[in-house]
Write a protein that binds this ligand. Structure first.
Ligand SMILES: Nc1nc2c(c(=O)[nH]1)N=C([C@H](O)[C@H](O)COP(=O)(O)OP(=O)(O)OP(=O)(O)O)CN2
Ligand SMILES: [Zn+2]
Length: 136
């Protein structure tokens, strides 16, 4: 029997969607207003879900406090109130799209939890735009 526990989190960050090896015109054609050289920001919302067996001794799949601490250390402290393009090493050469951000976050959290747990991360870039990654 497996149960999924989830923790919501939040960070606020600026970004610009573009490729350094494309001209401004090429970037403008693909990324439009998201290619603004002066950047723009989002209030990102995150749902991190861990699936596993219930430990019969504790009744927990995982202590949600442990999950919350990982998210704080590896996501909020690294991304909150940052410019993703300029301040976050993972995006120096990686376009900070929602797709790329969710994979970076998944990889960070994956390293911190035991292999027997399944991990899913949902990232809302806006209230209407969101992406999901399960490591597949
Ligand atoms: N596949 C993706 N498409 C887009 C991404 C992305 O990460 N992956 N990102 C963007 C921009 O970051 C953009 O800032 C999104 O904001 P916006 O267009 O304002 O968002 P909404 O769709 O929620 O706003 P509406 O008012 O509903 O248009 C663009 N595309
Ligand atoms: Zn954006």
């Amino acid at each position: 029997m497996k149960v999924t526990i989830s923790r919501k989190a939040h960070f606020n960050a600026a970004h610009r969607l573009y490729r350094k090896d494309w001209s401004f015109e090429q970037n403008d054609a693909i990324f439009g207003k998201c290619n603004n050289p002066n950047f723009h920001g989002h209030n990102y919302e995150l749902i991190v879900s861990v699936t596993g067996a219930i430990d019969p001794e504790t009744g927990y799949v995982m202590d949600v406090k442990f999950l919350s601490d990982i998210i704080k250390e590896d996501v909020e402290n690294q991304f909150d109130h940052k410019n993703l393009n300029l301040d976050v090493p993972e995006f120096q050469d990686l376009n900070p799209t929602a797709e790329n951000i969710v994979v970076v976050i998944w990889n960070k959290i994956r390293k911190r939890i035991k292999p027997e747990f399944e991990l899913e991360v949902v990232l809302y870039e806006t209230p209407r735009n969101f992406v999901t990654y399960r490591g597949e």
